[in-house]
Design a protein around this ligand. Sequence first.
Ligand SMILES: O=P(O)(O)OC[C@H]1O[C@H](O[C@H]2O[C@H](CO)[C@@H](O)[C@H](O)[C@H]2O)[C@H](O)[C@@H](O)[C@@H]1O
Length: 258
Amino acid sequence: MQSSSSPLPECSCLLPPIGAQSALFLDFDGTLAELAPQPDAVQVAADLVPTLTQLAARLNGALAIVSGRPLTDLDGFLAPLRLPSVAEHGAQRRLISGEIIRMASPDLQAVICRVNTLAQRHPGLRVEIKTAAVALHYRHAPEMEAVCRQAMDEVVRSTVGLELLHGKYVHEIKPAGASKGTAIEDFMAQAPFAGRLPLFAGDDITDEDGFSAVQRMGGCGIKVGEGATRARYRCLSPVALRQWLQRAAQDLTGRTSP
Ligand SMILES: O=P(O)(O)OC[C@H]1O[C@H](O[C@H]2O[C@H](CO)[C@@H](O)[C@H](O)[C@H]2O)[C@H](O)[C@@H](O)[C@@H]1O
């Protein structure tokens, strides 16, 4: 929880209701699924896909995943579901129709070369190359945080059209201007999201733009886990978040059943 010296207001641990007129935006890692030692070691809880399926139906499709992951990862973890999604921190957006809107992909060659060279020298580092972004993970070499940050910073400054993000034991390079907040705003301008009250749950600093966006639109941000946040609500863990989603799916189903 926040310390008393934090300038940010305390947020409530009582989660807001999910109603038939809500639009749900959900981050993946650390929010829907517990963090794992490696990106490909994430386990998806058995009840998650059935709950999301039921909720998406009850919200008339107004449920989207908002993630730093590539679309292929999200589809793999949530199979057979293929939800409207924000991928790679906003570099791609898949609409409910299945159409994918992609930001112009920057030239990542210099980035890839730099991070691969670093990772070859330090086996604790892990490089993740996506379609429009590159992540350098240092979870297993935390002492390398500053070295990784400096390398990523240098390459961003010498390449046009890139921006650096800092997540949980990861530095990521993505197209400049891509953000979860902007992507949520774009979804909220279109059916089936338009006119609904947006709720966004996320666990990381990279989700703060999304919290601000939904709260500007009269909705609520929900921070999962510890750490300072602009979100109005806090949920203690991914398990608690999944229980909140499951209860809402049951309540909405009861309300709409004949
Ligand atoms: O926006 P998200 O859905 O939260 O994705 C953010 C990044 O998540 C992944 O990395 C994080 O989760 C890994 C698995 O739990 C963990 O090992 C790593 O330390 C975390 O940083 C993913 O690998 C990245 O591509 C996402 O951008």
